[in-house]
Design a protein around this ligand. Structure first.
Ligand code: FUL
Length: 481
């Protein structure tokens, strides 16, 4: 008896291991992009001369001595990020004023050797959080800005930072391109800049308005569109004409979902500041936990990565006020998302053909994968259906629910274009639609207009570009204690 059990178990494990993986659909993330997306929330640190002058955009004429933190402590930044559940920090090593937070050999407008902030930052991050770097191409100080020579200077600057201080998980290229000290604007050599970074660190995720690894979401309010594709139109293997796309800030929705040969995997990053400004200002205060939760739902909950700016103060520390809100923000997420009401649920997959429901469970990619917490197990439909697929979720008992979290298994591409959620209301006859949506992507959190009490929930995928591949469904009650 025991032996039979062991053999059966072994056969099951073998069957699971040999389950054919569905073919990817369209562009998919690289390993580095996937790891980046799974970080979900990172910290941005705007720190530089503006911290001391009260400006947002320094002129580049500020005396170097202006930058004088009185109690610089990069370890404290890392502590706060860790407590807030953030796995990465991106530091503005050079903002538009051109001031370098490391003693660069390519500029005279820098910290002294004795105050190498970038070195202290990467040392503090090592082994605890991932370090990323913002280096502004726009430079209001450098004498060569606005000339062809500047592109070489900037590429050398990138090489210096990435070889001497890296590896960095992310390189942030600000899209701003204004006038330099000579009144001229620069024509940026993006292929040179990107090639320089990737030549040193091929795993580095490069942000700019239009990629190549991730893109701007199009506003600084912490909000992705409800429809948010991680695929972006590019032309001939290159991203969309730079001037056009950069001028528009974010690519318009009309550029999504073009034929496959013109798409690349370039997910959205949602950058927003915890305070009104990007830099620390004495008279400004952080957002509330409720405001940060709203940002979370509209960024991570809409297939974006949240890059939340927390500016160090003139001491070179994150203020107690900001830390307290960040810790409370983390506690609120833990409170809500630690109790997944879908655990223990039974889920069945069907397809609707006219008025017939045909069962479509596939034992090779079972629906039980939808409620396990392993990232790399997923459910997909038996067969090639891409429309009107219904997942029926039956809970062990009636629950109050006001949110559904869905995750597509993006290593196989982003597929779902339209879905709705309904439930069996014991008081009504049949199913009631409670919410609808378009894209899912890495993560989609759908909030209901009001809490529902039910034992049975339906997720209807009305349309997908290819058979849907979903790795997680979770249900929550945000009001539960
Ligand atoms: C913008 C910049 O001009 C702001 O100063 C800030 O750095 C923000 C993150 O990006 O383009």
């Amino acid at each position: 008896m025991k032996k039979t059990l062991i053999i059966t178990a072994a056969a099951l494990v073998l069957a699971a291991c040999s389950a054919p993986t569905p073919k990817p659909y369209g562009p998919v993330p690289t390993d580095a992009q996937l790891a980046w997306q799974r970080m979900e929330i990172n910290m941005f640190c705007h720190f530089g001369p503006n911290t001391f002058t009260g400006a947002e955009w320094g002129t580049g004429q500020e005396a170097e001595e202006v930058f004088a933190p009185t109690a610089l402590d990069c370890h404290q930044w890392v502590d706060v990020a860790g407590q807030a559940g953030m796995g990465g920090i991106i530091l503005t090593a050079k903002h538009h004023d051109g001031f370098c937070l490391w003693p660069s050999q390519y500029s005279t407008h820098t910290v002294p050797d004795t105050l190498d902030v970038l070195r202290r930052f990467v040392d503090a991050c090592r082994g605890r959080v991932k370090a990323g770097v913002y280096i502004s191409p726009w430079d209001r100080n450098h004498p060569t800005y606005g000339t062809e020579e500047y592109n070489t200077v900037f590429a050398n600057t990138l090489r210096e930072v990435h070889t001497q201080y890296g590896p960095f998980f992310e390189q942030w290229f600000d899209g701003a391109c204004g006038e330099g000290s000579n009144g001229k604007k620069q024509v940026y050599d993006w292929p040179l800049f990107e090639g320089t970074v990737l030549g040193i660190n091929p795993q580095c995720v490069i942000f700019s308005d239009v990629g190549p690894s991730c893109r701007w979401v199009g506003n600084e309010e912490g909000r992705a569109d409800e429809t948010n594709w991680s695929t972006l139109q590019v032309e001939n293997g290159k991203r969309k004409v730079e001037s056009e796309a950069a001028a528009q800030g974010t690519p318009p929705l009309s550029t999504f979902n073009f034929p496959l040969s013109t798409l690349s995997w370039i997910p959205a990053e949602v950058d927003v500041s915890i305070r009104p400004g990007w830099f620390w200002h004495a008279n400004e205060h952080p957002k509330t936990v409720d405001e940060l939760m709203e940002i979370y739902y509209n960024s991570v909950g809409r297939n974006g990565l949240l890059l939340l700016n927390v500016p160090p103060d003139p001491r070179g520390r994150i203020s107690a006020e900001d830390s307290a809100v960040l810790v409370a923000f983390r506690a609120e997420r833990d409170r809500i998302f630690s109790n997944d009401l879908a655990q223990g649920a039974n889920i069945e997959a069907y397809c609707e053909y006219g008025d017939r429901l045909i069962e479509k469970n596939d034992p090779r990619h079972p629906t039980s994968n939808l409620t396990d917490t392993a990232y790399h197990t997923f459910w997909t439909i038996r067969g090639k259906d891409t429309s009107h697929i219904t997942l029926i979720i039956t809970l062990p008992e009636v629950q109050e629910i006001d949110m559904v979290m869905l995750q597509e298994y993006i290593p196989l591409g982003q597929r779902v274009t339209k879905f709705y959620i309904s439930y069996a209301d014991p008081k009504a006859n049949g199913g009631m639609i409670i919410a609808e949506g378009t894209t899912i992507g890495y993560k989609r959190i759908v909030r209901f207009p009001f809490p529902i009490q039910t034992k049975t929930l339906y997720i209807d995928i009305l349309h997908a570009l290819a058979p849907p591949v979903i790795n997680r469904i979770a249900l929550y009650n945000s009001k539960a204690k």
